[in-house]
Design a protein around this ligand. Structure first.
Ligand code: NAD
Ligand code: DGY
Length: 434
């Protein structure tokens, strides 16, 4: 068997290079775990079964095989796994979204755990394969896990991790950015300048909406929805109306206290209201931001009917999941209501947009970047790796998935606890307050 073993220059900082005895770069044919190492040119593109998957291997002599379906930001997550006797294999294939077949090839015959991405379809096929390969641990590098069939994982005895908390503020900041950009028509104005169309100040040029004193509506006032609400209330002195299945007590207390502070300083106080129905939010709010999870109850929550009850000049922001909005209905609504504006980070058929959306001036569109700050993305990688490591090592599961700081502190070792396993109870895993 012809083999190619090349040392490559690691992309991590030089102080950590010595920790790793060697780095291999391999090309995996699908369907085998300890495959022959092949040269690219040996593979026929016509032969689908031999499609190569390229990987990078860290700590090759590690006892536990952990696969990451994507390179992830930072190096701490690799170091934490390697230090605990894991051989870390990172898929470096150029394809953005890996298919189930690609991931089956990565899992192979022996795999202890996988770190996966929200673009992948983690269902019965993959969890059974992981279990057959001896694996019991999977973590999404995301807080949302609508791409994961948790029941299938539980049936296979596989723990499912996610990464809450570390992305709360970063995601809320993007929702706030989209709200402002839409209110003040920043993208349209930027395009206008770059096109050389500006020939002097005019009273009517790019007039938008003032946020101060208006009402912000939040649908799904969990971690991110509440953080976004606070930014808009504290930053722009907006009033709040929210809809959630549960009462957002801390958020309500914050608005009450902030309102009292403003009043004591002779300013107009802010107020809050918990709406009995989502429709109440849609009718009353000037800016509405969507932050629920995606499940059966939130699929197409915003549709033709719900759009029709919103104010004609309302702003709608979506940093949750694309299918929460019926995007085709939204395109039609934007066409006939030019004063209605949207800021979208997520799309129903990601990575695609529904026909017509890209041409609309009253839509701001960005490519699912809400959690894309360096600190957050490195933290997500760390939490995902610690979920997998913790399950492999038999550590208990944290009772408070919002307590992320101890895991992210670079100066100390992380606690011997899994940060967040969503099916911990179903699997009967031990828990720890730590
Ligand atoms: N765009 C991005 O990059 C990005 C980043 C982070 C999170 N997200 C998405 O945001 C979601 C929320 O994250 P989070 O950390 O705030 O989660 P969370 O669990 O803290 O908040 C979700 C809230 O939605 C509420 N909810 C559930 N069903 C509802 C319904 N039918 N109507 C109204 N409210 C409902 C829940 O009660 C909860 O309060 C994630 O599940 C993920 O899909 C997207
Ligand atoms: O659910 C998530 O975490 C996001 O969509 C990506 O950060």
């Amino acid at each position: 068997m012809h083999t190619v073993r090349r040392r490559i220059i690691p992309t991590i900082n030089s102080s950590s290079i010595f920790l790793y005895k060697s780095i291999e770069r391999r090309l995996f044919p699908q369907g085998s775990s300890s495959p022959p190492i092949l040269q690219k040119e040996q593979i026929s593109s016509a032969d689908k079964m031999a499609k190569p998957i390229s990987i990078e291997v860290w700590n090759p002599s590690g006892k536990y095989r952990v696969v990451s379906t994507k390179p992830m930001p930072g190096t701490r997550w690799i170091r934490l796994l390697s230090d605990q006797d894991c051989r870390v294999e990172i898929c470096t294939d150029k394809k953005t979204i890996l298919s189930v077949e690609d991931i089956l090839a990565l899992i192979g015959d022996k795999c202890d755990g996988v770190i996966g991405q929200l673009t992948e379809d983690w269902g019965e096929v993959l969890f059974s394969a992981l279990r057959r390969a001896g694996g019991t641990a999977f973590s999404n590098m995301a807080v949302g896990y609508n791409n994961v069939d948790v029941d299938a994982a539980t049936k296979c005895g596989v723990a499912v991790g996610n990464t809450p908390g570390v992305l709360t503020e970063t995601t809320a900041e993007l929702a706030a950015s989209l709200s402002l950009a839409a209110a003040r028509r920043i993208v349209e104005a930027d395009e206008f300048m770059r096109a050389g169309l500006y020939d002097g100040w005019l009273p009517h040029l790019f007039v938008g909406n003032l946020l101060k004193g208006q009402t912000v509506g939040v649908i799904g006032a969990g971690r991110i929805g509440s953080a976004y609400a606070r930014m808009m209330i504290e930053g722009f002195k907006m009033n709040l109306i929210y809809y959630d299945l549960y009462q957002a007590t801390r958020l309500e207390k914050f608005v009450t206290a902030y309102g009292q502070f403003l009043k004591a300083n002779g300013e107009q106080p802010v107020s809050w209201k918990r709406a009995a129905t989502m429709e109440d939010v849609l009718r009353e709010a000037d800016v509405i931001s969507l932050h629920p999870i995606l499940d059966k109850t939130t699929y197409h929550l915003i549709n033709k009917e719900s759009l029709s009850i919103m104010k004609k000049d309302a702003i709608l922001v979506n940093c949750s999941r694309g299918p929460v909005i019926d995007e085709a209905a939204l395109v039609e609504h934007l066409k006939v209501n030019p004063m209605f504006r949207v800021g979208l980070d997520v799309f129903e058929d990601e990575p695609y947009m529904k026909p017509g959306l890209a041409e609309l001036k009253n839509a701001i569109v960005v490519p699912h970047i809400a959690s894309a700050s360096k600190w957050t993305r490195e933290g997500m990688a760390t939490l995902a790796a610690l979920n997998v490591l913790g399950k492999i090592k038999g550590y208990p599961v944290s009772t408070d998935p919002n307590q992320v700081e101890p895991f992210l502190d670079e100066k100390s070792s992380p606690p011997a606890v899994c940060p967040s396993i969503v099916n911990a109870k179903q699997l009967g895993l031990p828990s720890s307050k730590f």
